[in-house]
Design a binder for this molecule. Structure first.
Ligand code: HEM
Ligand SMILES: N[C@@H](CC(=O)c1ccccc1NC=O)C(=O)O
Length: 262
């Protein structure tokens, strides 16, 4: 040991004092601990997903197929884990949730800034989400993500580097605008699939990602229905009925559209 630095330990390296001291139930109800821990684990995985997506965007913009596939594969594995976590929360019955629900006040998943950042990095551009974020650091991070190229934009750069004739409208678009389906781009994607090389595998991993997010939404809405039925949400929405309206919006519409032609 040098100087007066304490030796690194398991708990100091992992900052366990901080993370294990951060569960603060507001009621004495047994199940509130599970509710808090599940959400904290989600937020940690969201943080890791954002870290992986940033890497995926870098390597795609460098045209590196193998590294991109590796990073996308890891992201998908994380996504599967967070979808599976819903099984644990579903062991909580409606009465158990109701026992502490009032203590949540008006807080809700609407306020998960990292979830909104994940959506923005993937390509969602929707100012409605800002209704739940007053000016501040969280809002700025979501705005920044909506104003830089999305994962799909990085994929456009990747395809261009691999000599595909990506339409200028897709390659040099205003990245702060929503991704619009494009017939011209779909023709390029068909070629990618016909070549059946690494580029097509990237397409498949992006479809996996899109499907995985849709799967999360479906599992979340079913969990909501079984736990609170059709009650209105703490965040002020219609609850399950609102969540159902978000189910069928794909992140990468062109990758779905081409499938009828393959
Ligand atoms: C008992 C468990 C849960 C219930 C009953 C529940 C309920 C709801 C409801 C009713 C909404 C609509 C907003 C509102 O009006 O409050 C919502 C939104 C949301 N919840 Fe949950 N939730 C649960 C667990 C989770 C978990 C574990 C996560 C993981 C982070 C999560 C993330 C979200 C997100 C991100 C939204 C916004 C979705 C969107 O606008 O597309 N929720 N939830
Ligand atoms: N919106 C839920 C409450 C809820 O689930 C929640 C509350 C605070 C923090 C995270 C939550 N999870 C997802 O919405 C409800 O209406 O019961």
């Amino acid at each position: 040991m040098t100087g007066d630095h304490a030796a690194l330990t398991y708990s100091s390296y992992l900052a366990l004092d901080e993370i294990l001291g951060a569960q603060r139930p507001r009621s004495d109800e047994h199940d509130e601990m599970l509710f808090i821990v599940i959400h904290q684990v989600y937020e940690l995985w969201f943080k890791q997903l954002l870290h992986e997506f940033a890497r995926a965007q870098q390597v795609l913009a460098d045209g590196e197929t193998a590294h991109a596939l590796h990073t996308l594969r890891r992201s998908l594995t994380i996504l599967k884990v967070v979808v599976a976590q819903i099984d644990v929360l579903e062991t909580m019955t409606p009465r158990q949730f109701t026992s502490f629900r009032a203590r949540l006040d008006a807080s809700s998943g609407f306020q998960s800034a990292q979830f909104r950042e994940v959506e923005a990095v993937l390509g969602r551009r929707d100012a409605r989400v800002f209704g739940h974020y007053p000016a501040g650091e969280q809002r700025s991070r979501i705005e920044a993500a909506m104003n830089r190229p999305s994962l799909f934009d990085s994929f456009m750069t990747y395809l261009a580097l691999h000599d595909y004739d990506v339409p200028a409208k897709s390659l040099h678009r205003d990245v702060s605008a929503p991704l619009e389906p494009s017939a011209e781009l779909q023709r390029v994607l068909l070629r990618v699939y016909q070549d059946d090389a690494g580029e097509a595998q990237i397409c498949e991993r992006l479809v996996d990602l899109d499907e995985g997010v849709q799967e999360w939404r479906y599992r979340h809405v079913k969990m909501v229905e079984r736990v609170i039925g059709h009650k209105v949400g703490t965040g002020g929405s219609a609850g399950a009925d609102y969540l159902k309206t978000t189910l069928f919006t794909p992140t990468f519409p062109d990758l779905w559209a081409v499938r009828s032609e393959l």
